[in-house]
Design a protein around this ligand. Structure first.
Ligand code: AN7
Length: 366
């Protein structure tokens, strides 16, 4: 019988801080496709898979953490949540808060979030404030707000978010049958690299479940973690906060990541790296994904693929391995980038008259 995916909390309940009496707030997140990328595999000689997180209910990986955070907020009797966001967290928080029947306030950097994400937060009825400052300023205010007023913070500094997001690693292992050799992903506020590493660690050892006793290890190994920041917003690479982060990949325009230390731990414990990719490299990877793999992502989501292409060009990507790259958000969030050519000029669709000969001519059909 067909099995309908029940959302990450119900699918992975024994490995999450929930029990039978928890009221689960879910939109059916998780269970996203792990797609074999033929062109990247041919290029590298490794099996390269894309974890396509744009397939989540609000179009990004944030939903995995948000189902947990809003579930925790409801369990705590909260009536309002707040988050700072470069866009995707606000879209997700707004949707899950709506389903829970609680209020949601979001603080976003003025003029620096993609239209799709802004539309989502507004559509779901969030109290949206455009802050005259960047993401780091927004997070600072959101934290202080939650410390001094009756609102619950749902940014990834909330441990419930990391718990939910670690299920991405579980799904990769469950699908492949073991952990991959490498896992690549974009790094912004560094919650996701923290969460994947936690998931991979927990799956590689016996796990003391709160509800199901001791669970055996699922994987025999852990991947090497490679994280990529945008060059204009690469504090972990620089080794200091960036006060005026800049990149076209607005989702990861973050100068002082909240989970900085945890990201470094994931890097070091896995024998991996965190490096920067330029906006040009990000856009090239974005085009590669849409035109060669059939996967449309928003620019920030392509940072992991940009990293793979960069390291391949430097001869540092091994062949014969399994490589998973999380592509974090859907291309429809920020579609304008597809309408630019590689040289930066606008794409101009060909116009034709409504007769078959003109159409055949335009298509080059002799
Ligand atoms: C598509 O929504 O920080 O390193 O406020 O939207 O876990 O922060 C978004 C981050 C990568 C970086 N890709 O992940 C927010 C926000 C996409 C994103 C990241 C984000 P983290």
């Amino acid at each position: 019988m067909a099995h309908q995916w029940r959302g990450v909390i119900r699918e992975y309940a024994s490995r999450l801080p929930v029990n039978e009496s928890t009221r689960v707030i879910t939109l059916g997140e998780g269970g996203t496709p792990l797609v074999l990328a033929p062109a990247l595999s041919a290029l590298t000689g490794s099996e390269v898979y894309l974890k396509v997180e744009g397939m989540n209910p609000t179009g990004s990986f944030k939903d995995r953490g948000m189902t947990m955070a809003i579930t925790a907020a409801v369990a705590a009797g909260t009536e309002a949540v707040v988050c700072a966001s470069t866009g995707n967290t606000s879209a997700s928080a707004a949707a899950y808060a709506t389903q829970a029947g609680i209020k949601c306030a979001v603080l976003v950097p003025d003029g620096k979030i993609a239209m799709g994400k802004l539309s989502q937060a507004i559509a779901h009825g969030a109290e949206l404030l455009q802050v005259n400052g960047n993401f780091d300023n927004c997070l600072d205010v959101a934290r202080k707000l939650s410390e001094n007023y009756p609102v619950f913070l749902v940014n990834s500094v909330n441990p419930a978010r990391i718990e939910g997001q670690k299920t991405g690693a579980f799904e990769v292992v469950d699908f492949l049958g073991d952990a991959p050799d490498y896992h690549l992903l974009p790094v912004g506020n560094a919650g996701n690299i923290t969460a994947y590493w936690k998931g991979y660690r927990e799956y590689s050892e016996p796990y003391e479940s709160e509800t199901a006793g001791t669970l055996p290890a699922v994987s025999t190994k852990r991947p090497v973690m490679w994280g990529f920041q945008a060059a204009g917003s690469a504090p972990i690479v620089a080794g200091h906060p960036i006060t005026e982060p800049d990149t076209i990949a607005t989702a990861i325009r973050i100068g002082n990541p909240a989970s900085w230390a945890q990201a470094e731990a994931a890097r070091d414990e896995s024998g991996g790296l965190i490096d920067a990719v330029t906006d040009e490299e990000i856009l090239e990877a974005h085009r590669w994904l849409s035109s060669r793999e059939g996967v449309f992502v928003e620019p920030a989501s392509a940072a992991g693929v940009a990293g793979l292409l960069k390291y391949h060009a430097a001869g540092q990507v091994p062949s014969g391995k399994k490589i998973v790259i999380t592509v974090t958000g859907h291309g429809l969030k920020d579609p304008q980038w597809a309408l630019r050519n590689a040289d930066g000029s606008d794409v101009t669709p060909t116009k034709v008259d409504f007769d078959v000969v003109s159409v055949a001519d335009a298509l080059g059909l002799a």
